[in-house]
Design a protein around this ligand. Structure first.
Ligand code: PMP
Length: 356
């Protein structure tokens, strides 16, 4: 079969090849059981074991074991968490840091449930940086941020400290770098970047921040209901959970988050060096806020677009176009993307300089 593509897709994105093989095998037959992963009861010992291993591996990789967190694998994507967070935690006022499209969408949903204070925003400069040095008002029910901005290519390096519970949408950089995850009270992430296939959303939450709102919450949207049922309130997305487990095991066997962070830094350094040195390219995001996951850049001579596009496609590269809302280019370098693929892209970029 032909060489696989160099997959820079922003999400769903590249997953480890070994994971895709094992997941495919399990769809045919799970561990020699004579049954497929997707035809067994989610209450069977085999699946309950998968769910429990996935939940505990999440805590292990985030170094949150024994720190009072609960892990849920829900459905509805990160987009449903935009409203579940507010449904479950917003009584009066919540603070949001607006760093782009996804923060904006989270804010829009939260406004249905209460007052939203936009504590800081980089909107006036096209979301090309992470706001800094802002004051956090007192008396917030929580403060929400988007740790990595998939579309604009910016990433928080340090996180604000305040009295309010801290909530992060980590959809596009979870498990990619060593951070103190215990500074957050609730973290959520759609699986389809660093964790697995689309179809499940990871929620890691400290139960003590729940149960403080006065409204009635429908069962399916109530974090406490899901926690009480060990993430099995209803039929979980069994394939997405199993494949997430395989990806997390792959990460653990590689040496965990610290080991992948080293790889991610190498990949980002290689690409950003080319963006900075090659006069035909310019980065979009402020240097100090550049994402290790999604590198955004533009051509300095737009007339070269057709040539460049033909060159990277010819090199077997997939998914380099910027988000439809901003244009330009975006190279997404999630955990499973090999350094070699970044090397191929950088070679194409320097070839363009030689030819132009
Ligand atoms: N937040 C961020 C940071 C994202 O990158 C995305 C999707 N790309 C979402 C939220 C929305 O996720 P979903 O499609 O799982 O609802």
């Amino acid at each position: 079969r032909p060489m696989k593509k160099h997959n820079f897709s922003a999400g769903p994105c590249i997953l480890p090849e070994s994971v895709m093989k094992k997941a495919a095998e399990a769809v045919v037959e799970l561990d020699g059981s004579g049954l497929s992963l997707i035809e067994i009861s989610h209450r069977s010992p085999a699946f309950v074991d998968i769910m429990e291993r996935a939940r505990s591996l999440v805590l292990e990789l985030m170094q949150l074991e024994g720190k009072g967190y609960e892990v849920l694998f829900l459905q509805g994507g990160a987009s449903l968490e935009f409203l579940m967070v507010a449904y479950n935690l917003l009584e009066k006022r919540a603070g949001y840091i607006n760093t782009g499209t996804w923060s904006d969408k989270a804010i829009k949903e939260a406004r249905i449930f209460g007052e939203v204070v936009e504590v800081a925003s980089s909107g006036e400069s096209g979301f090309n940086h992470i706001p800094k040095g802002f004051d956090i008002p007192a008396g917030l029910d929580y403060l929400h941020l988007t740790s990595n901005n998939t579309i604009f290519g910016t990433q928080f390096k340090d996180f604000p400290k305040g009295d309010a519970p801290l909530i992060a949408d980590m959809s596009s950089d979870i498990f990619s770098r060593v951070i103190d995850y215990s500074q957050f009270d609730l973290i959520y992430a759609g699986a389809q970047k660093n964790m697995g296939p689309a179809g499940t959303t990871l929620v890691v939450v400290k139960p003590e921040v729940l149960g403080r709102v006065s409204r009635k919450i429908p069962s399916m949207l109530d974090y406490q209901v899901h926690i009480a049922k060990d993430s099995m309130f209803n039929t979980p997305p069994v394939f997405a959970v199993y494949t997430s487990l395989l990806t997390l095991e792959w990460l653990r066997d590689l040496g965990g988050v610290a080991a992948i962070e080293e790889q991610n830094e190498k990949k980002a350094k290689l690409l950003y060096s080319e963006v900075d040195l090659n006069p035909l390219f310019e980065g979009y995001a402020a240097k100090e806020d550049r994402s290790l996951m999604n590198a955004t850049f533009n051509l300095t001579r737009p007339e070269l677009k057709e040539t460049f596009d033909a060159m990277w496609k010819e090199a077997g590269i997939n998914g380099l176009n910027g988000h439809r809302s901003v244009g330009g280019y975006r190279a997404s370098m999630y955990n499973a993307l090999p350094l070699e693929s970044v090397g191929v892209l950088v070679d194409v970029m320097s070839d363009l300089e030689r030819k132009a």
